[in-house]
Design a protein around this ligand. Structure first.
Ligand SMILES: [Zn+2]
Ligand SMILES: [Zn+2]
Length: 277
């Protein structure tokens, strides 16, 4: 069984009830974080997981809303590792290493304060970054993780991740329009977590900057068609633009159901979905 927890279902616009995009994937005892949006560690704590319990942090792309709290993950994993420091494993598209290097630079005053203050803290945060665009993600653990490119241009490169564990497989797509890379990753998977936008609503708001958002995201219809094409059993929608009030997801579910015949999951932060036996 693979457990999906929507840690943050919000859009880039701050929402008192929705954290920024982040999803927890649990395969047995292992915890994998996909993206690290606003408030990720608060929601991770609510899901019973600390930064020092993460087997990997997987970044779909370098848009700010998906990485705003990556620095918090790095610092918290570091200062809450009391025994031996295991490097925090971060995986993302090309550019991720530079972002993490700059975050460590941004944190350099804090890192020095803590090393100066704590006798048992001698080394800066141990972080290991892997950049990848396609293929197998070499991470220790019981899940087989793979990735393929997605299409969120001009944001490029962007990637989605697939977790295979036992007889089950779950794909977590970041922001993308329908594309061959995502189709390939989804083929034979049981679960898909997909970010979505209601283009029918956004297109009617007379603000060009908002309307621009439509051309590089999947609508509810498009995400549902991607899931249907691949034979996905359970489609979990997240990163709602615009956010729906808590408990009022039925309209979204009805739109998805016109294009997807499996189970449709939507909800608030911490909504949990189990895939497989
Ligand atoms: Zn994005
Ligand atoms: Zn986004």
């Amino acid at each position: 069984m693979i457990a999906i927890t929507l840690l943050g279902t919000g859009s880039p616009i701050p929402d008192p009830n929705r954290a920024g995009p982040a999803t927890l994937i649990q395969t047995g005892e292992e915890n994998y974080l996909v993206d690290a949006g606003r408030g990720v560690l608060m929601r991770l704590a609510a899901a019973g997981c600390g930064a020092n319990m993460l087997n990997g942090v997987l970044i779909t792309h370098l848009h700010s809303d998906h990485i705003t709290d990556l620095n918090d993950v790095i610092t918290s994993a570091w200062i809450t590792s009391f025994a031996e420091q295991k490097p925090l494993q971060i995986v993302g598209p090309p550019g991720t290493k530079e972002v993490v290097d700059r975050l460590l630079h941004f944190l350099s005053f804090d890192i020095k304060y803590r090393i100066d203050h704590h006798e048992d803290l001698n080394e800066p945060p141990a972080v290991n970054v892997t950049e990848i665009e396609s293929g197998i993600v070499e991470l220790e653990g019981n899940a087989r993780i793979s990735t393929e490119p997605t299409d969120h241009r001009p944001v490029d490169p962007t990637i989605a991740f697939r977790f295979d564990y036992g007889n089950d497989a779950v794909v977590v797509a970041g922001d993308t329009i329908p594309c061959a890379g995502l189709d390939k990753l989804c083929t034979g998977a049981k679960g898909l977590v997909h970010t979505v936008i209601r283009k029918d609503i956004i297109e009617n708001i007379p603000l060009q900057r908002l309307q621009d958002v439509c051309d590089y995201h999947s609508s509810v219809e498009e995400a549902s068609q991607t899931a249907e094409r691949a034979g996905i059993e359970t489609l979990t929608l997240t990163h709602y633009v615009p956010a729906f009030p808590s408990g009022q997801e039925e309209e979204w579910r009805e739109i998805a159901a016109q294009y997807f015949s499996g189970t449709i999951e939507l909800g608030d932060d911490l909504h949990r979905v189990e895939i497989g036996e």
